[in-house]
Design a protein around this ligand. Structure first.
Ligand code: IMP
Ligand code: MG
Length: 193
């Protein structure tokens, strides 16, 4: 029999990323409980649907997608997409491009998985593109929502945790690409630089 010694060296009170200090804000247990609650709602709402397609928006939502999907008990597919903005024509201005979407969305039940909805600019545009491409339903499921920042009409259907308008990192979220690997969520600690 192999005995594993589990050391948990990624659980810390404070972390420093680039020039900024962050302090612990939401612990792993609470994140996991909130995800399980969201999964319960999805399991109830999608139990009779024909293989819904989860669309996980990279990079931020990779951990959320992995943990959420472990709690999903209906038959489903998952695809990972990246979004990039490019300049369209003079009339269309900035256009959002979806990279990595190999499956057709026509007639599908789509559930967008986001790490965080702040202003909602990105997720609302993604929602509209998927509807235009013929998705039958497009629902939004986010780990985090900043309700004081989100002022759009489109409902955010599934929210694991609501947070104030502060800058946070960890559990997939980054500060200039650092900090994604932590199992807890950290908040910018202004008192420490
Ligand atoms: P939105 O389009 O304003 O909703 O912004 C969404 C994107 O901004 C997210 O997918 C994140 O990449 C980033 N973002 C917003 N708030 C935070 C934060 O507090 N920490 C890290 N990234 C954030
Ligand atoms: Mg994101």
């Amino acid at each position: 029999m192999i005995n594993f010694v589990v050391t948990n060296n990624l659980s810390m009170d404070h972390i420093k990323l680039h020039d900024k200090e962050f302090r612990i804000f939401i612990e792993s247990d609470k994140i996991q409980k909130s995800i399980a609650e969201v999964a319960l709602k999805l399991n109830e709402n999608y139990k009779d649907k024909k293989s819904p397609l989860f669309l996980s928006v990279l990079n931020g939502s990779f951990m959320f997608a992995a943990d959420l999907l472990k709690n999903i008990d209906f038959q489903c597919e998952i695809s990972f997409v990246k979004l990039s903005s490019y300049s369209g024509t003079a009339t269309t201005g900035e256009v959002l491009e979806i990279l990595g979407l190999s499956s057709s969305v026509k007639g599908r039940e789509i559930i967008i998985l986001e790490d965080i909805v702040d202003t909602g600019n990105t997720v609302v545009e993604l929602h509209n593109i998927l509807k235009k491409r013929g998705a039958s339903t497009v629902k939004i499921c986010t780990l985090l929502l900043k309700p004081n920042s989100y002022k759009k009409e489109l409902p955010i259907d599934y929210v694991a945790l609501k947070i104030p308008n502060d800058f946070i990192v960890g559990y997939g979220l980054d500060y200039n690409e650092l900090g994604r690997q932590y199992k807890d969520i950290y908040i910018l600690d202004e008192s420490n630089g």
